[in-house]
Design a protein around this ligand. Structure first.
Ligand SMILES: [Zn+2]
Length: 107
């Protein structure tokens, strides 16, 4: 049975990535710790489109950093996970800081 993790992209407890190939060891550590195999498989499909769309040529030194950028964005790796439930409804209405203009009689 594969180990599971709480995926920071889909927010599910899901199987970890197994046997994938990563671009850099640091990225590998980060992605394996945070991303489940289902999201990884989604990236594998997206990656092909990204490479085609950006016309990435891996003979070009800029191609890999560009692809890694796309991957970080795809997995939201840079949205530091301080909030485990980003879709939780807020109890505060968005205009809670607006004062009622009728209260302002100072002029
Ligand atoms: Zn996931």
């Amino acid at each position: 049975m594969s180990p599971t993790l709480l995926c920071t992209r889909c927010l599910r407890e899901a199987p970890a990535i197994e046997g994938a190939v990563f671009y850099t060891p640091a990225l590998e550590q980060e992605v394996r710790a945070r991303i489940c195999v289902d999201c990884w498989n989604e990236w594998q499909r997206a990656e092909v489109m990204v490479i085609n769309e950006l016309k990435l040529n891996f003979m070009d030194a800029q191609a890999l950093p560009a692809l890694i950028d796309q991957m970080r964005e795809f997995f939201a790796l840079d949205a530091e996970g301080s909030r485990p439930a980003p879709n939780a409804p807020s109890s505060l209405p968005p205009d809670v800081n607006l004062k009622n203009p009728a209260d302002d009689e100072s002029e």
